[in-house]
Design a binder for this molecule. Structure first.
Ligand code: SF4
Ligand code: SF4
Length: 419
């Protein structure tokens, strides 16, 4: 339960991983003792075949390079920068919208070419702004056709969006969505809102998108059955892949849209982000605006520390698709949107009662119970016949299982078995 809204944007040091799970380090651009500004490139990493910058999020001195656990639990090289608290920024070019009507449909002109938006997103460190689950990075290619922006979740299904953020920043969000849409030459751009969204938030968003080629689609987020996934599936009219970019879909959040607006219009690189920190292990639960590179243990201290508990369970990202870590000394990155720390309560699995709930809920339309059965019996051809590769690892089968079986894990094993 969120009890507070806080800021933690003034850490004494930042710890920035030079690479992560999916990306390879290309080269390091600074040495120990160098002074850097906010937005200075400290390293480059490969995202696919493209080099993308790793940026400093403070101004200050490079103290050291150190192997540390990252938010995926992997040991990677981090750069540690001492914050001189002057917050001096590298100057980036800014682009103003052109309010003159662009065409006869009266669409507001964004005042910047699509290729230039893609450059800004890359150069100002926004490509990797994403969250766990189906959400994609801000990566565009010639097959990009759709942009879907979620205005609902910080982390489904337990933590809902900070609606004040929507109300306060609706114009910037609408502009950011427009910019992402143009960057991807999107044929259709959708903002997903919740059926239970307060009227004032919906009204502000509605006003902000007038004259923009953006459609608002309402879904019932209280029903945990991947409604967003179903909207996207209807849109692309094909089986969805585990990475929606392969279906030509950029799926992102309103928070990322605001960051794109700030980057293009104000020249502000990705230096802070919003995250929800929750769980009964913590004295206080809060939504934070936090400087990227802040250590999680510093946030815990800011929240008054942990409650006295026996076994801690730390979970980063969505409960359905995020990851568990056994270490709380990691740094916040662009891809962290929520962290839950709770007391570990061992759950005893029961036997499968063949209720079929997991099969009924699967948004990919496959049969997780049957796949689990085939995996238990080592029947490879059956695993293939059941289209196991189409599992998008949403975790809903595990979520609904009355016997508390980790069905997703069985499906993952089956996938690995048949390659
Ligand atoms: S098998 Fe489970 S994890 Fe995979 S798509 Fe279906 S419900 Fe989601
Ligand atoms: S939901 Fe659980 S108990 Fe029901 S069929 Fe699936 S695995 Fe078996």
């Amino acid at each position: 339960m969120i009890t507070e809204y806080r800021k933690y944007i003034d850490p004494s040091k930042v710890y920035i991983p030079l690479t992560d799970l999916d990306h390879k380090m290309a080269n390091v651009k600074v040495e120990i003792g160098d002074r850097v500004l906010i937005g200075d490139m400290v390293a480059e990493k490969f995202i696919g075949k493209i080099k993308s910058p790793v940026l400093s999020t403070v101004s200050g001195k490079v103290l050291e390079f150190k192997d540390m656990i990252d938010r995926y639990g992997k040991i990677v090289d981090h750069i540690i920068i001492e914050n001189d608290r002057l917050y001096e920024k590298k100057q980036f070019k800014t682009y103003k919208p052109n309010r003159a009507k662009e065409n006869k449909e009266d669409t507001i002109s964004i005042g910047i070419a699509p290729a230039e938006v893609r450059n800004v997103i890359n150069e100002l460190g926004l490509r990797t702004v994403s969250v766990d689950g189906m959400f994609t990075e801000l990566v565009f290619n010639s097959s990009t056709k759709y942009v879907v922006v979620n205005a609902i979740f910080i982390n489904e299904p337990f933590i809902s969006t900070d609606y004040e953020f929507l109300i306060e920043h609706s114009n910037e969000i609408a502009d950011g969505v427009d910019l992402i849409s143009r960057a991807g030459n999107s044929e259709k751009t959708i903002i997903l809102v919740d059926k239970f969204m307060p009227e004032d938030a919906l009204e502000e968003l509605g006003k902000a998108i007038v004259e923009r080629d953006i459609e608002v689609v309402t879904i019932d987020s209280k029903k945990v059955d991947a409604r967003d996934y179903k909207v996207i599936k209807k849109l692309v009219k094909e089986q969805l892949s585990i990475n929606l970019l392969d279906n030509g879909v950029v799926y992102t959040t309103v928070s990322a849209a605001k960051m794109v607006h700030d980057a293009v219009r104000l020249g502000i690189p990705a230096v802070t982000r919003k995250i929800a920190i929750t769980g009964d292990a913590l004295k206080i639960n809060a939504v934070y605006e936090v400087r990227i590179g802040t250590r999680f243990i510093d946030l815990v201290e800011d929240l008054g520390g942990y409650n006295e508990i026996k076994n801690m369970n730390l979970h980063i990202g969505s409960f359905l698709t995020g990851i568990q870590l056994d270490n709380d000394d990691f740094a916040i990155t662009q891809s962290v949107d929520s962290i839950n720390v709770a007391e570990y309560r061992g759950v005893d699995e029961d036997v499968c009662i063949k209720c079929g709930d997991c099969n009924d809920i699967c948004p990919a339309g496959i049969l997780p119970q049957n796949i689990m059965d085939a995996e238990l019996r080592n029947v490879n051809y059956r695993i293939v016949d059941l289209f196991t590769h189409e599992c998008v690892e949403c975790g809903l089968c595990t979520y609904v299982c009355p016997s508390k079986i980790n069905v997703l894990e069985w499906v993952r094993r089956a996938k690995r078995r048949v390659g």
